[in-house]
Design a protein around this ligand. Structure first.
Ligand SMILES: [Cu+2]
Length: 120
């Protein structure tokens, strides 16, 4: 009987701390989602759709038949053209004929593919 109040106190403390942890975790998630929303609204633009026409791993280039591009730093009407890609690894998952979503940014005066997202 003497132990009962202590057990209740411990359980209450655990319940309180776990619900506090949940609340603060949820708060962090919501904060993260808000930040994502803000950054996608503020600094990033919708990805452009393109069709892969050629992949040149040696030169780190990709040729895309692309829809109109409007990114933070590049605007372009639809055309087929070769782009340098930011990272050679981006070319590992694409092949001729693939549809991709991508972003082009002006990197040192060059329209460079900075995001390349194969659509499956
Ligand atoms: Cu172009």
């Amino acid at each position: 009987m003497k132990h009962l109040p202590i057990v209740i106190a411990v359980v209450a403390a655990l319940a309180a701390s776990s619900s506090f942890a949940q609340q603060s975790h949820q708060g962090m998630d919501m904060g993260g989602m808000k930040m994502d929303g803000t950054s996608s609204m503020g600094t990033s633009y919708p990805l452009t759709t393109g069709e892969v026409k050629a992949v040149n791993k040696e030169r780190q280039m990709i040729t895309l038949k692309h829809a109109a591009i409007k990114s933070a730093t590049v605007e372009m009407s639809p055309m087929t053209m070769a782009f340098p890609v930011k990272d050679a690894a981006m070319l590992k998952n694409v092949k001729v004929g693939d549809t991709v979503k991508f972003t082009v940014e002006n990197v040192k005066g060059q329209a460079m593919v900075t995001v390349l997202d194969p659509q499956t």
